[in-house]
Design a protein around this ligand. Sequence first.
Ligand SMILES: Nc1ncnc2c1ncn2[C@@H]1O[C@H](COP(=O)(O)OP(=O)(O)OP(=O)(O)O)[C@@H](O)[C@H]1O
Ligand SMILES: [Mg+2]
Length: 458
Amino acid sequence: MTSILVVDDERSMRDFLKILLVKEGYQVETASGGTQALEKIEQHPFNLIISDIRMDGMGGLELLNTIKEKHPSLPVVMITAFASPDDAVFAMKNGAFDYVSKPFNVDEIKSVISSAVAKGTQSAEDKSISADFPEIIGESREMIRIFEMIQRIAVTPANVLIYGESGTGKELVAQAIHRHSRVADEGFIPITCSAIPEELMESELFGHVKGSFTGAISDKQGLFQLADKGTAFLDEIGELTPIIQIKLLRVLQEREVKPVGGIQVQNVNVRIIAATNKILEEEIMAGRFREDLFYRLAVVPLRVPPLRERKGDVPLLATYFLKKYSKLFGKEVQEMSSYAMEVLMKYDFPGNVRELENIIERGVALESSNIILPESLTLSSFRKGKTESTIQPASPFQVVANEEELFDMGLEELMAETEKRCLAAALKKTDNSKMRAAELLQVSFRSLRYKVKKYDIG
Ligand SMILES: Nc1ncnc2c1ncn2[C@@H]1O[C@H](COP(=O)(O)OP(=O)(O)OP(=O)(O)O)[C@@H](O)[C@H]1O
Ligand SMILES: [Mg+2]
């Protein structure tokens, strides 16, 4: 059952909220001040805290700060007086989930609370699942979905085809699948198909017997023997030649291999994880990849999305690489400047996570102060220009051809159009953060939220 702690120094307010929330099906506790609230929070796992801001003793904002330090993912909704919008702004800046202002609008309270509860439940689940994958950084919805997939498929013996652009983390995902599988104690043997010449490929995959060809001075185990009972990782599978493709298909069908030059077949039990940055369906259409092999490999297809589709992970990854390289280089570079982060958020990373890692590595190496400045970031300028030009003109004045058209639209429509474009531009720039969008446009959070609702944006 969802439990909520209501904190207010006014008894009538506590009672009112308690009655309201109990009717909604929540379990409700109350506290008459910040100190008592903190005690209760330590004793009981609440899903949500609702607290007044102005209270005698420990105020609501101090309570908020303490909660955010100790329980960062516990959502807190603040109650503010209608007359003090600054409190609301301050609370949002300090990590409040949202606020409701007195006098109350019951429907507003109910809707704020149900979304806060949903968010609390979601973020607790997301946190705990991403903790199972410490080597893969990411808390975006896209990455959480991948973690869930990995957990689901890892325990099955099904072959997995991981596809996605270069540098998205396909190899990390492959390793994670193995580590979460039932055969985690057995080998994870990788092979990069493009790196091996065709005449050696067969022996690399299936082994050979001594004397089977010039240079075969002793028996050699191939990938399938080495990975027996464990996992074989076939990277860049799209590069396999037709001859090897058919041999591999046969092994997958028969579950047995014959080493080059050998006469005896060996049974093998290997889980295959393959990866490619090609679209194999296109390779099949072009006659370069066998469809029957594709279906054997892609029992479970898993797409790793490019970084530009999960921009929310950029700050987390950037900070992670920053720590990694300042430690490695023995430098004191502690953080990214907010402007440098903004530059990264605008960039579309054609080389994905690998490129971000390189950018930060270079940035740390070049930076002489203890904070990464935009000047230390080297991004490929071609792509930078491309993202800029897709931004819509902010004012309709730039799109109407002449003044007559302005009069056709009329002042009200023009103003509305302008507002809509400014809002859309600000939300895009801030990755949908209403708080930061309001700052950019220099309006109150409340007014921005109102307009976003009014125009039904985002
Ligand atoms: N989510 C992530 N968290 C931390 N590091 C990552 C993440 N994704 C990728 N990396 C790092 O980026 C680099 C590229 O990752 P990886 O080799 O797994 O990419 P890939 O998809 O296999 O690329 P390619 O197709 O070019 O082989 C590696 O150094 C990897 O450690
Ligand atoms: Mg790779």
